[in-house]
Design a protein. Structure first.
Length: 344
């Protein structure tokens, strides 16, 4: 029995699941609210992930999957002229959105999501965030970003960018800040309850109810955003965000220094170790992990670009590793291949 469905005609919307990736520029939006259900079980095991990448993950370029087991995901949602709401259950996945992708595909929506189970890690600029069950997340299609999910269930609400900017102004907060503020907002908690309720009933809605309930949820999102915009959130979050961003820039500048550690960073920033640790804890990353990740990423770039005549030990030293054997072990643990195999 076919589990996927799309209840609209070509006159209502030119795009349909299974006909390639949707994009705002090519397909636009439906004329009225429509319902769609997607299920990878309608496809052969080796086709499932590619189907999901094209039909459901249109906002990001999903990574190629290394897990040989069959991929499973399903989702259902209501899509309308003013936004959409979708509930998803999926195996683990990851991917990213590149700088300038919005200009190419026309997508610049703001999404507000709620994790129902699992965990979502997100990186946008220098900010990193973690959302677990019961927590909000946000996604700005105009920003370069990267997302990684464990096996998860979620519900996310997408709204037109101009709607969010009319409330928050043209300079929107980062996705991590918006999610934090919504989680601290009473109106945000009401929005979360509505999103959970709609996720549980989305398959049971009468066609006449779908558009109305989507608009009600978007109106609640407006209320939550106004609550966020009207609150004095204080300097605390600004300090956390600015110290973390400055620390990440200093890490990048000092990667070659083998003495780079939390004490050195705190001294360069002029803040206490406690403040520094707190800022990194808010981003769900340890300072040592951030330094190691940046060093290994820089080393991978050098390995891909440097002539083979440049010894691996020299590349390791440029990234702050004085012991080539230790560097090789860390590199293999991070990327699953040796530095030699990573050379261009």
């Amino acid at each position: 029995m076919k589990r996927s469905s799309a209840d609209w005609s070509k006159d209502a919307w030119s795009w349909r699941p299974g006909e390639g990736r949707w994009s705002m520029r090519r397909h636009g939006l439906p004329k009225a609210a429509v319902y769609a259900r997607l299920d990878t079980r309608d496809h052969r095991p080796h086709e499932r992930y590619d189907f999901w990448r094209e039909a459901a993950l249109y906002e990001i370029d999903a990574d190629r999957r290394s897990d040989p087991s069959p991929f499973l995901a399903e989702g259902a949602g209501v899509i309308g002229p003013g936004g959409s709401i979708f509930t998803t259950r999926s195996h683990a996945l990851a991917g990213g959105r590149r700088l300038g992708q919005s200009e190419r595909d026309g997508g610049n929506d703001i999404a507000i999501g709620l994790v129902l189970s699992g965990k979502r890690r997100h990186a946008e600029g220098d900010e990193r965030s973690l959302a677990a069950a019961g927590q909000f997340f946000a996604f700005d299609a105009r920003c370069e970003s990267r997302v990684a999910w464990t096996a998860f269930e979620s519900v996310h609400l997408a709204m037109r960018r101009e709607r969010a900017e009319a409330i928050l102004g043209p300079r929107l907060p980062s996705s991590a800040a918006l999610a934090r503020w919504l989680g601290a907002s009473p109106a945000g908690r009401i929005l979360a309850a509505q999103m959970r309720a709609l996720a549980g009933e989305i398959d049971n809605l009468h066609p006449d109810e779908r558009g109305s309930l989507l608009e009600i949820t978007l109106d609640l999102a407006d209320l939550a955003l106004r609550d966020v915009a009207g609150r004095a959130w204080g300097d605390d979050m600004d300090v956390i965000g600015s110290v973390f961003a400055a620390a990440m820039r200093l890490i990048d500048v000092n990667l070659a220094n083998p003495d780079l550690d939390p004490d050195m960073l705190a001294g360069l920033l002029g803040c206490s170790r406690a403040t520094l640790y707190r800022c990194f804890a808010e981003q769900d990353i340890a300072i040592a992990e951030a330094i190691r990740t940046r060093r290994l990423a820089r080393a991978r770039e050098f390995l891909a670009d440097a002539p083979r005549s440049v010894p691996i030990a020299d590349i390791a030293m440029r990234c702050g590793y004085l012991d080539p054997a230790h560097f090789s072990r860390l590199f293999r643990r991070e990327y699953g291949i040796s530095p030699t195999d990573a050379r261009g």
